[in-house]
Design a protein around this ligand. Structure first.
Ligand code: FE2
Length: 401
């Protein structure tokens, strides 16, 4: 046991007196058409453990939910059991996707009251569920589209450190029981650790509105980083600003469509998401990009295809930036990076490795990013231009430029 220093105690006290101080990403809730099948998909392709369930067998007569975990990532997959359940309507309009990015706080009721006083709109009022083991209090604030931020506080056996150790998620859940895929995943870990960032797509002209919303309502700050130079709006066809929680626990980039050299991927998302803003991707952090991408590829995860010509130009670009700022060059095996089709970007603080999956459902909406950071705190914007140039290089080889 270590004794907390005075500074730590002060920080802790200050944190507790700030109702919107975030402790963790509590969970990310997906609304899906068939939670049982979705659970199998995320377990087999991304290596999540199917830990707990709440359904008819636990007395839940309105919905079924599965808790999936990996590292400090908790996904809750929820489906309605009746046609009028909100999840059914959501799936009808948007397909499977993220409904709630839930954040752990010290006191959910106080955090909610503060967010509402800051101008937030209620998604649902504070409610506490409890049994003899502890309590879970939750309250919801509406963000872009129909997405919600639940604010959650926990006591007793349901405190987050206990949940992380495998304790029950909340009253009404039970352990999933023996499941062959869980054993397989334990033996073959994918190495995903936590939610690095969560990106929202909003309508044309609405980026700054939502930037201010995060500033005012949840008291986030604009996160200054390399991507701010905005060199590649032309290539990315999107405008983006990144909001960070006070302690940088989570970053929430906000995208809006922009005119570019091709149709904006943000507009495509909105076209297939009932013209409604929503979560575009969750970036899941790993310490070992090559291991994670290799394992995920073996499991059949469908990643964006990177043209070979990307690798003809990547090392010049990345190493130039790293040298300029006095950083070591990329230490991972360059050939393996190319063989696994991984993207690389660098900035004034270091570099990052990243790769995007194809959409996780039939609509071109939600996808995952697998990201590993070596100093860089940005989001890989240099890759938009690099990918564009790589495609041009391929065109040139075909004599079509
Ligand atoms: Fe990202």
């Amino acid at each position: 046991m270590t004794t907390a220093s005075t500074t730590d105690q002060l920080t802790d006290a200050q944190a507790k007196s700030d109702p919107l101080h975030l402790i963790d990403v509590d969970h990310v809730r997906f609304y899906v058409g068939n939670a049982k099948q979705a659970a199998y998909f995320y377990a087999s392709t991304f290596g999540f453990q199917v830990e707990e369930i709440s359904d008819l067998t636990t007395g839940s007569r309105e919905e079924a939910s599965y808790l999936l975990t990996q590292g400090n990532i908790r996904l809750v997959l929820t489906t309605g059991l009746h046609k009028d359940h909100p999840a059914q309507r959501h799936v009808n309009l948007y397909g499977d996707g993220v409904k709630d990015v839930a954040l752990t706080v010290f006191d959910a009721e106080k955090a909610y009251e503060r967010a509402i006083a800051n101008g937030g709109e209620s998604a649902y009022e504070p409610r506490t569920i409890k049994d003899d083991k502890g309590t879970v209090t939750m309250a919801g604030v509406k963000t872009y589209g129909e997405t919600v931020h639940s604010l959650i506080s926990r006591t007793g056996d349901y405190a987050l450190p206990n949940v992380k150790k495998g304790g029950l998620f909340m009253p009404g859940f039970r352990k999933f029981g023996t499941f062959a895929l869980n054993e397989l995943n334990k033996k073959n870990p994918c190495g995903l650790k936590f939610v690095d960032h969560c990106v929202g797509n909003v309508e044309l002209g609405k980026m700054n509105y939502w930037v201010e919303w995060y500033e005012n309502v949840l008291e986030f700050k604009l996160f200054k980083h390399f991507d701010d130079k905005d060199i590649s709006t032309d290539y990315s066809a999107l405008m983006s600003k990144v909001m960070a929680s006070g302690n940088h626990l989570i970053k929430m980039p906000i995208n809006e469509p922009a005119p570019g050299k091709k149709k904006s991927q943000i507009q495509e998302y909105l076209d297939w998401h009932h013209d409604t803003p929503g979560v575009q991707h969750l970036a899941l952090r790993t310490d070992d990009e090559l291991h994670s991408v290799n394992e995920l590829r073996n499991r059949g995860v469908d990643f964006l295809e990177i043209p070979q010509s990307y690798y003809e130009i990547v090392w010049d670009r990345v190493n130039k930036t790293l040298q300029q700022h006095g950083h070591d060059s990329v230490k991972e095996d360059h050939e393996k990076i190319r063989d696994l089709g991984i993207l690389v970007d660098a900035d004034d603080e270091g570099y990052l490795l990243q790769l995007f999956t194809k959409p996780l459902q039939d609509r071109p909406t939600l996808f995952f990013e697998i990201i590993s950071r070596r100093g860089s705190q940005s989001f890989g914007k240099g890759n938009f231009k690099a990918l564009f140039q790589a495609l041009e290089l391929e065109q040139e080889k075909r004599g079509n430029l």
